[in-house]
Design a protein around this ligand. Structure first.
Ligand SMILES: Nc1ncnc2c1ncn2[C@@H]1O[C@H](COP(=O)(O)OP(=O)(O)OP(=O)(O)O)[C@@H](O)[C@H]1O
Ligand SMILES: [Mg+2]
Length: 366
């Protein structure tokens, strides 16, 4: 499915107007503060019921307004047999969020009816620059998208981990360590499939990540490597490791060993992107990751995610901008924002000028 139209209402600075989108690349251009990022956020909100910018979702309600609402109309892609779908999300100052799909309250299964969304926003660079936990979560979400049967593994592991940590804290305060053995076993049994899912997802990404890195001009070759903390890959081995470290865990009051300490390393030319990448290189690394995931999803599910790219062109040189545009023109629906249309050197892209919260078509891109 692809998004044919977005209709924001009282959503940040966006006026009450329909924005029509083509099937390929659309450039949203306009000055700072025009409303470009708001359009991406509005679309994300309509499809997911969440914001891609903030946890304080009432911020999306237009100043002085009561209720923000966005509707997105989804249409089947060429050759796809499906009925159009209307997805609507709203949030008001008094009430909780609401999501409707074709007029009825959204069900969890509706998330499979919309395209997956891949999003680049400057603050998502934390994924490349920051600590490992968002990288793990990101890999876990990909594994869940590739293999829905694995989607619950991270939650199941976290539950077992929380239980064991509770117990450790109790033992530290003088409680009985009796049931620790059972929780070691439980945790180990949750750790094994999670580690396997991460390894499998990283394997799926390895080749397309290297290819995307090269296409984008990331110097020295891009590599992704999953580095599990658990060298032991079976439950018995992990149980033994946990037993060996139990004393330290009790002293600390939490579990210091296991997949919640795994690293997912991104590198270029054999060096850590996190430590040694320039601003532009880190951007390219994140973009390569998004493209690699797109490839993996295309192979596994025969569908391309919707790409939302905010402010991605700043800090890229003209050569790399062209490379990125060529990859975007290669297929799938994508929205990209830029302060100047010339920053997106595309012949085929549709362009929308955004000014003071109003979008108007400007014909072919620059
Ligand atoms: N709740 C709100 N109600 C009304 N306006 C808002 C609200 N939240 C933010 N804005 C305003 O919306 C305007 C557009 O914001 P947006 O982030 O979309 O700009 P942009 O076009 O992406 O600019 P830039 O190029 O600087 O990233 C800003 O002036 C911002 O202050
Ligand atoms: Mg912006």
């Amino acid at each position: 499915m692809r998004v044919a139209r977005v209709v924001p209402h009282s959503f940040r600075n966006l006026a009450d107007a329909a924005i029509d989108l083509g099937p390929g690349l659309t450039v949203l251009h306009g000055p700072n503060g025009a409303g470009k990022t708001n359009v991406l956020e509005a679309l994300f909100f309509a499809l997911t019921g969440r914001s891609c910018r903030t946890r304080r979702e009432r911020e999306m309600i237009a100043f002085g307004g009561e209720l923000a609402r966005v509707e997105a109309l989804l249409e089947p892609d060429d050759g796809e047999h499906a009925d159009p779908i209307a997805m609507l999300a709203s949030i008001s100052s008094g009430e909780a969020r609401r999501r409707l799909v074709d007029g009825s309250p959204a069900q969890p299964s509706d998330d499979h009816r919309r395209p997956a969304i891949s999003i680049f926003m400057p603050d998502r660079l934390a994924l490349v620059k920051g600590p490992p936990s968002p990288r793990r979560a990101h890999l876990d979400r990909l594994a869940g998208a590739l293999w829905p049967a694995r989607a619950e593994l991270p939650r199941e592991y976290s539950r077992a981990l929380a239980q064991r940590n509770n117990l450790l804290a109790r033992v530290k305060r003088g409680g009985s360590p009796e049931s620790l053995g059972a929780w070691d076993r439980e945790l180990a049994e949750r750790a094994v499939p999670l580690t396997e899912a991460r390894a499998a997802a990283a394997t799926e990404l390895a080749e397309p990540y290297a290819r995307a890195g090269e296409e984008l001009g990331l110097a020295g070759g891009a590599e992704i490597a999953y580095r599990p903390r658990t060298a032991e890959l079976d439950a018995d081995g992990i149980v033994a490791e946990l037993a060996e470290r139990r004393e330290g865990d009790v002293a600390r009051g939490f579990t210091g060993f296991g997949p919640h300490r795994d690293e997912v390393e991104l590198s270029f030319g054999g060096r850590s992107l996190r430590r040694y990448g320039s601003q532009g290189q880190q951007r390219l690394g994140l973009l390569a990751l998004l493209f690699a995931e797109r490839e993996a999803l295309r192979a596994a599910r025969r569908q391309l995610p919707l790409l939302l790219l905010d402010d991605v062109m700043s800090e890229l040189d003209p050569e790399r901008r062209s490379r990125l545009v060529a990859m975007l023109e290669d297929g799938g629906q994508a929205l990209i924002t830029a302060t100047e249309i010339d920053h997106v050197p595309s012949r085929d892209a549709a362009a929308l000028a955004i000014a003071a919260g109003v979008a108007s078509p400007t014909g072919a891109g620059g």
